[in-house]
Design a protein around this ligand. Sequence first.
Ligand SMILES: [Zn+2]
Length: 98
Amino acid sequence: MMTIPCPWCGERPENEFHCGGTSHIQRPPLDCSDETWGDYMFNRDNPRGNHAERWRHSYGCSQWFNVVRDTVTHDIKAVYRMTDPAPPMPHTGPEPAQ
Ligand SMILES: [Zn+2]
């Protein structure tokens, strides 16, 4: 089981949290095309390596925050509040096939 460092409560077991999906997704303007809106609603990257995610400490302080997690090793590289900018995230997975 992972332990996740809540910015308010400290290290807690994973089962106290819920993942809210990918962080930093920009909503397109309302007059965008159906294709752009559909992409925003349904398509997400599935990277191998560092991935910025939103997490909520549901069975603790109930606060939302961001986590940069390696999707292969589950190592947590960064934790920051929703109002903080994303830290630099170097690509850690294998290079895409040519
Ligand atoms: Zn908390």
